[in-house]
Write a protein that binds this ligand. Structure first.
Ligand code: PMP
Length: 306
């Protein structure tokens, strides 16, 4: 059974979880002006190892820069060390990691400069985010009735807390309709991404991944692009319509939380065989080796906690 995290890293100190609180008057709580990351730590034969830790912390700092935070209180290196410290303090061999930058302000304000940037890092145990059955056999997805943000409405290259109200609408709708996850289209109708994952499809032995102005530059997606090419497949980043998903031989979603989860059905249309496709399976197997420290790419991408 997952254990409740005992400690949280808050602004340079390790504190008991119950004491890791923020005041009610907080700009991030009221208006969604915060930035965050999702990172995974894996159990390996050399102890816990964090996947692409520095890349995630650099993205966190870039997200803050995108929304206009002027003074980021910690360096990327300091946050990497803090992450290792909080994993050790909680004694986890594997976990999910959530750094969050929030704005502490005397009263909530729409002017970012009224708030002082502060950072917390929480860790907790997490299994297959989209479900164990789904990661093994595929999930059922719908195309959301909600559109992903226009890039000049909410800047989607940043992981801004407020942007996720849009993900919440789509995810809740999807679950209430009996699906597992939602695929979201951009304002022009092209496939953007999912509520917290990027998308790949396989057709006639070739891989494609949609990229639009409002697709988050996923670190898992980037890792898979490298891995897929190393495995000898061709992979193309392009604009993709929902109809191309319906006629794909295989579709899968990827993200830090979701890892690599196959899609067996979209909007009531069975994808390929309706099970995990052979190419998806090969990539999933290789990716597992990478994160478990059993692949040449592990040396490049794993950061060992001890
Ligand atoms: N898109 C969205 C909207 C996300 O929230 C995430 C999760 N961070 C992803 C894609 C996948 O990104 P990553 O692989 O970096 O976790």
């Amino acid at each position: 059974m997952a254990s409740y995290p005992k400690f949280v890293w808050m602004n340079g100190k390790i504190v008991e979880t119950e004491k890791a609180t923020v005041p009610f008057f907080n700009t991030t709580l009221h208006y969604g002006a915060g930035v965050f990351e999702g990172i995974r730590c894996y159990a390996t034969s050399k102890g816990p190892a964090v996947f692409r830790l520095k890349d995630h912390m650099d993205r966190l700092i870039n997200s803050a820069r995108i929304i206009g935070v002027r003074d980021f209180p910690f360096t990327s290196e300091e946050l990497c060390q803090a992450t290792k410290d909080i994993i050790k303090a909680n004694g986890y061999s594997s976990c999910y990691i959530r750094p969050l930058l929030y704005l502490a302000s005397p009263l909530p304000s729409l002017n970012l400069d009224d708030g002082k940037a502060a950072v917390g890092i929480g860790v907790w145990e997490m299994g297959a985010y989209l479900g164990q059955e789904q990661i093994e056999n595929g999930l059922k997805a719908n195309v959301a009735s909600f559109t992903r943000h226009h890039p000049n409405v909410s800047m989607t290259k940043a992981k801004v807390t407020g942007n996720y109200a849009n993900s919440i609408l789509a995810k809740t709708e999807s679950i209430r309709l009996g699906y597992d996850e939602a695929i979201m289209l951009d304002p022009s109708g092209y496939v953007a991404e999912c509520t917290g994952e990027n998308v790949f499809l396989v057709r006639k032995g070739q891989l494609y991944s949609p990229i639009t102005a409002d697709t988050l530059e996923g670190i898992t997606r980037d890792s898979l692009m490298t891995l897929i090419k190393e495995m000898g497949y061709s992979v193309t980043e392009t604009m993709i319509g929902r109809d191309q998903l319906y006629i794909a031989d295989e579709v899968f979603m990827c993200g830090t939380a979701a890892e690599l989860t196959p899609v067996s059905e979209i909007d009531g249309r069975v994808i390929g065989s309706g099970k995990m496709g052979p190419i998806t399976r090969k990539i999933q197997t290789e990716f597992k080796k990478v994160v478990n420290g059993e692949h040449p790419l592990s040396t490049k991408w794993l950061d060992y906690v001890n």
